[in-house]
Design a protein around this ligand. Structure first.
Ligand code: URA
Length: 234
């Protein structure tokens, strides 16, 4: 976001008045005076100060996309591993909740927010939001096994301990040990259990997409706020 827009949002000064305080050298970004009103602010990581006071636009709910690394837990009570919110540098991080958990060893796209209604929409199977996973299998699957798995997964399979079949999903193979699975629901350990149904084991799992959201522009462990348009798309 442009610096003059950021100041205007954070203070209710007009854009014109925001430019005035910038020209008067009253504003610092990460301890350096910035006079350029078109300077781009990283709202998550930059510290903007006016007359010694921090400015923030994080007044309403927060909606965050995190590129989860392996070795972090998606739980409020971590047992063995650090918790994903340790990767997110925003105020009151404890008020964030996770939409659709990933296992400790799974990497990829994870959404967090403090807006309960929105979190519900993101995770509810009623809303049919597709989640795309890339997986590596322990045992290669030959063509006949692949065809069988693709067809069964397209129809839905009954996982152990479940009353209902999985929702129709799309499995595609890249080679005998690498596949992509698109799901519209999120049962516990669903991808791993679906491949276990075929007697196989997932050795690596990555979530590249949640609906239209991808991890483009984020490094492992980085996060960003969603745009208003992205928030409204759920
Ligand atoms: N399915 C799994 O088995 N694990 C995940 O982390 C996500 C989906």
């Amino acid at each position: 976001m442009r610096l003059d827009k950021f100041i205007s949002k954070a203070t209710e000064l007009s854009r014109k008045d925001a430019k005035k305080i910038l020209h008067a050298s009253e504003v610092t970004v990460n301890d350096a005076v910035v006079k350029d009103s078109s300077f781009q602010i990283d709202e998550l990581n930059d510290e903007v100060m006016w007359a010694g006071e921090p400015l923030s636009v994080a007044t309403g709910n927060r909606y965050i996309l995190l590129y989860k690394p392996a070795g972090f837990e998606c739980t409020l009570k971590p047992k063995e591993y650090p918790i994903v919110t340790e990767l997110i540098a925003v105020p009151e991080v404890a008020s964030l909740r996770i939409a659709g958990r990933l296992d400790v060893d799974t990497t990829g796209a994870l959404l967090l927010s403090d807006d309960g209604g929105w979190l519900h929409r993101v995770t509810s199977p009623k809303h049919h939001k597709a989640k795309v996973y890339q997986l590596t299998l322990a045992d290669p699957m030959d063509e006949a096994e692949q065809t069988n798995a693709i067809a069964q997964i397209a129809n839905g399979i009954l996982l152990e301990g479940e009353e209902n079949k999985t929702k129709p999903a799309e499995l595609t193979f890249i080679d005998p040990t690498h596949a992509q699975l698109t799901l519209t629901e999120g049962k516990y350990h669903q991808v791993k259990r679906m491949m276990a149904y075929f007697g196989n084991k997932v050795t690596e799992l990555h979530r590249s997409n949640i609906a239209e959201l991808t991890l483009e522009g984020l490094e492992v462990g980085e996060c960003r706020f969603l745009t208003a348009e992205e928030v409204a798309s759920f």
